[in-house]
Design a protein around this ligand. Structure first.
Ligand code: SF4
Ligand code: SF4
Length: 391
């Protein structure tokens, strides 16, 4: 029998909800540090014509954020753009028609099918666990639950209706090919993920509204995405602290939608990922800032940026972000080298079967992963084919 969420992801009783101002980005901003996309560093690299940092490469990765940015959704702009808490009016329940009536199981079937159509890799469901909802927004508004019909945000508070007892966790894809050029400006995958998240989450929210129910779509805002995704059966937390799914490895971004449409909870993802990470340690070895631990899972983080109290591997978000600031771009090396970052294929599916069923062979797979050179950085001067932007 498979283990429950609480057994796989134990949470201490003194666990406290996370204040969003304490992300590494928020902490660096409060300390007066500049962001990681320093224009002076960018200009210097463009002028030097370094492959992976040409004007073409920067334009490519910059434009990947178009949908997120131009729609006002951003990486998780609460109640903004496609993450609007109020209906966008795109799909409406026709007047005189009653809200759709179906069982939670049927609701899960139609929402999953619709979500996949809108562009999700996977869609999972769980009851809303308030522990994962931020205690406060990044600008200090408290996030509370009240008996209201529709969620709203005012000067002091973000109010989630008590009726929104279910969460839909959604993964959207990031590409394996482009992650292999990390850490350069030739890596648009996070930005592209941020553009896909609001398109998919916003469309699912409108679908639910069109059924006559309420929905609050979120990106990185409002709640921690990884534990919700684990609880909704999409995967497990890897050593690098990211979600790892069986189908797409860590190459996904996560959005979520709170709703009053009752949904049947998904089963937990098959086990085996944590056990593999226990022996692999490849991300810890390759992390240039030594932010990923090589020891066992713990309940303690490194700083306020890691909310302690959950048994997992904590990535040191402060030192990771400091490295981004040093190099002037995002890093993503841990995504690149992860043993679960693979193009789709039968051989990889067979190995994943062994990881799930014969963990005694995990060391062999971790060894061969290095042996076959998986996760090596590709030469950025080859990305555009015969055309060389630097020339
Ligand atoms: S993004 Fe880079 S610096 Fe940060 S944890 Fe991953 S490998 Fe380390
Ligand atoms: S590189 Fe290895 S240890 Fe790190 S998250 Fe991936 S599978 Fe786990």
């Amino acid at each position: 029998m498979s283990r429950s969420f609480e057994e796989i992801y134990p949470v201490r009783e003194d666990y406290k909800r996370f204040h969003q101002r304490d992300t590494a980005f928020g902490r660096a901003g409060r300390a007066g540090l500049t962001g990681y996309g320093d224009p002076a560093k960018r200009l210097a690299k463009i002028r030097l014509g370094i492959p992976g940092f040409t004007v073409v490469d920067y334009a490519f990765s910059g434009a990947a954020l178009t949908v997120a940015q131009a729609s006002g959704s951003g990486r998780g702009n609460m109640d903004s753009g496609f993450y609007s808490w109020t209906p966008l009016g795109v799909a409406r329940l026709p007047e005189g028609v009653s809200p759709w009536k179906g069982s939670p199981k049927e609701a899960a079937i139609i929402v999953r099918k619709a979500g996949r159509y809108y562009g999700a890799c996977d869609v999972g469901f769980c009851e809303l666990d308030r522990r994962w909802v931020y205690s406060h927004t990044s600008d200090g508004r408290s996030i509370v639950f009240e008996d209201v019909e529709e969620g709203y945000i005012d000067e002091e508070r973000a109010v989630i209706p008590e009726s929104h007892r279910w969460v839909i966790a959604v993964t959207v894809p990031m590409e394996v090919e482009e992650i292999m050029y990390s850490p350069t400006a030739l890596n648009p995958v996070s930005s592209m993920g941020y553009s896909r998240m609001p398109a998919v989450a916003g469309s699912i929210a409108e679908f639910i509204r069109g059924l006559g129910y309420h929905a609050i779509p979120c990106g990185n805002d409002t709640a921690l995405s990884v534990p919700i995704a684990v609880q909704a059966g999409l995967g497990h937390v890897g050593r690098h602290g990211r979600l790892i799914t069986w189908k797409d490895g860590p190459m996904v971004r996560i959005a979520k939608i709170f709703t009053d449409l009752p949904l049947a909870p998904s089963s937990m993802a098959p086990e085996g990922i944590i056990e593999y990470c226990e022996v692999c340690k490849k991300c810890a070895k390759h992390c240039p800032s030594q932010s990923i631990p090589s020891g066992p899972r713990t309940y303690e983080g490194f700083s306020e940026a890691n909310n302690p109290g959950v048994l997992k591997w904590y990535c040191n978000a402060d030192t990771c972000y400091e490295y981004w600031r040093q190099i002037g771009t995002g890093c993503s090396i841990c995504f690149r080298v992860c043993s679960f970052t693979k193009e789709k294929g039968l051989i990889h599916d067979v190995i994943k079967w062994f990881i799930r069923n014969v963990p005694q062979l995990n060391r062999l797979w971790a060894w061969t992963d290095d042996l076959f050179g998986y996760g090596k950085m590709r030469d950025p001067s080859e990305y555009w084919g015969t055309f060389r932007p630097a020339e």
